[in-house]
Design a protein around this ligand. Sequence first.
Ligand SMILES: Cc1cc2nc3c(=O)[nH]c(=O)nc-3n(C[C@H](O)[C@H](O)[C@H](O)COP(=O)(O)OP(=O)(O)OC[C@H]3O[C@@H](n4cnc5c(N)ncnc54)[C@H](O)[C@@H]3O)c2cc1C
Length: 379
Amino acid sequence: MEEMITVVGAGPIGLRTAIKLKETGWDVTVLEEHQEIGVPCNCSGLLSASGLHQTGIDFSNITANKIYGAKIFSPDKTMLEIRRKKPVAMLIDRAGLDKQLAKEAGKKGIQIRKNTKMIDVRKDTVFLQHKERGEMLKSRFVIGADGAASKTRRLVMQKINPKAFVRTIQVTAKGSFEEDVVEVHVGDFCKGFFAWVIPENKNTARIGLGVNGSTNSKEAFNKFIKEMDIEILNESYFVIPIGKPVKDIQKDNLFLVGDAAYQTKATTGGGIITGSVASDMLVKTISDHLKHKKPLTDYWKNLSSLNKELELHWKARNYFNSLNEKQLNSLFHKMKKAKMEEFLSEHGDMDFPSKFMRKMMLSPSKWGLLPMGLKFLFS
Ligand SMILES: Cc1cc2nc3c(=O)[nH]c(=O)nc-3n(C[C@H](O)[C@H](O)[C@H](O)COP(=O)(O)OP(=O)(O)OC[C@H]3O[C@@H](n4cnc5c(N)ncnc54)[C@H](O)[C@@H]3O)c2cc1C
């Protein structure tokens, strides 16, 4: 069988890329190692309201909750509260998102081969395993959208940084929750990332945390929920790629996109919106190549404005990770004093920090925090 383009992975970014390629006129097949699309689900499913339109996806049937703000707690429990009159984020049914995209792909005539695992790629030959049996597929281009633990990444990148990941644990739990705000907690117990409580409604929430290095995520999580009166319904463990934008994401006829290409925000770990933006750039690169013979290496060039934002997320993550608990507490106190809650409520942007930084520069009352801003920019 010969295909123009093979996409490895039927997650949101692989499916979205396949749909966009098909709409542009190219034949595409998607390989998915699992039998059921969207399962297992390793995601909180929180998307900024301002970034939703970047995905071009209709979320109306898969929205589980609307979020109006966040309460962010320092180690000494100083709270910064950000709140808006309109929703700042949507909580979605993440498995539902993947299923919806798979349905749309099917309607457009894209073949999704479930229970089919990509094993290797040699030039234009893709080696697969389908129900324990080996198969081969000829394909002009192969796109690795196979997520955080990508196998395609090993075929494309010269060097993979094993430290560029955080390990996460997330549970769905019954309890009593504030329905329209998320909680974020930082401190040494979840060094390198943060802990979260995202309400689905008053009675259930997605609760989790991420850690880096050698911290035991389960022990950290037990510490976090010690005082909570909750009943855990299910739990999942996964990793999030947290690194600076990596150039090594295209080699010959192979490409990486989404989590496979580290296109996640290092501040929050979110990757659905940024991966969608990158997916558009990949479709453009392949189309420009096929139609106008433009080089495939343009992928990196086409990603430049997204990469600038990802770089800012990465610098912010590095800056926060460099602070000890005492410094974090002091930062929260300074931010409170500088009325950053109001400012963030009005101007905060979960996806594109450059917009927020510009607003900071134009606001003299916030210049007192600029040394901190400069420190993170140059860290
Ligand atoms: C705990 C947690 C919470 C998160 N919360 C959020 C959030 O609130 N908002 C947000 O935007 N992002 C969040 N993320 C990140 C988000 O889940 C990812 O950015 C997103 O799933 C990336 O999509 P993807 O399509 O690149 O990869 P994935 O969704 O991981 O999909 C990859 C697909 O490839 C398949 N696959 C893998 N290897 C192979 C193979 N060899 N052959 C065939 N198929 C294969 C997998 O089965 C999977 O279906 C979170 C992540 C975690 C771990």
